[in-house]
Design a protein around this ligand. Sequence first.
Ligand code: GAF
Length: 388
Amino acid sequence: MLSQQAVTRQFIKAFQTDPELVVSSPGRINLIGEHTDYNKGFVLPAAIDKSINLAISRRKDEELHYIAIDFKQEFRGNISKLEKSVQLWPDYINGVLQQLKELGFRFGGLNIVLGGDIPAGAGLSSSAALECSVVYALNEIYRYDLPRLEMVKIAQAAENKFVGVKCGIMDQFASMFGKKDHAILLDCRSLKYEYIPLDLHQHAILLMDTRVKHSLASGEYNVRREQCEMGVRALRKIYPQVESLRDANRAMIEYTLKDVVPDVVYNRCKYVVEENLRLQVGCEALRRNDLVGFGKKMFASHTGLSKLYDVSCPELDFLVELAREEHAIIGARMMGGGFGGCTINIIRKSFINEVVDRMSNAFRKRFGEEPLAHICSISGGTQAVPGS
Ligand code: GAF
């Protein structure tokens, strides 16, 4: 709430007028189903109570003027020349504008102020939240009448084509379709989804941020994608029906793929097939209210991400190992693209303080710095701030 007022105040200060609209767009967690979205599999994300807030107004000319409160940075440009910038954050806005332009939607110059409380680089999808806030805001002020799913696709295309990260659809979908106290079971092929009530009883969601900054654009993410595609090409020679790893099963991986691709490709594909299965079993456990059963799948997911998919790092592995020793934590794993960022833990509420203290001390002894702990709750998706 504070941040919504802060962006409005800053907007008035910078542009001497109220914004036409303020949009709030949440970050996301993912309970299970990591690196499965671009393999057309399943994911189980949820929007959280940490968001990007974006105040926006149309200008009479074609100029673009953006202010990012948290970075204390400004960007100036023109709609006729949407180019990548050295600051990176304007790319998420300009990427959306570029996609809208290519789709034939008209817009003019814009004044924008943004700020929020999603820790950047923590794996909570601040970039997807920003993309969603921009497409949502333009849809409102220019009345394009786009359905939410189309806005998700535009936001994803901005990241794929303009920013250059070949991300899947999970983050933008979660930010746009979030529902309070529900996880979203999304089939990333059909884009059909189901809300699963997230009744955590005596438990809470604890994020432990290693503060190791990840950068998906650094290339490792795109490399994982290529390795999966290599696996699919090899499988397709024998099983023409395999369009993506979603269509593969354990037997295909063990008895066919193992012999025809390098070990690294076999490991990546094995992880993806197993993660899709874990997610299915985990969802059944959630539906039965069996949180302990679900937690076991989270731990197994981490092992796969670390050993087979190789997207973890020593700090994330350490936090998950500590979590395994805590009776109050029933499930934990690294979350998001990896190479840094957060672990997600399901923890008994009454033990949060003592467990966080113990884990933080152990982490500091090992790595010299403390992780940042955040308790998050599950919120709704991208929306206009009432009264704006
Ligand atoms: C990042 C990507 F943006 C998502 O699409 C997804 O692939 C995730 O990493 C890994 O599950 O957040």
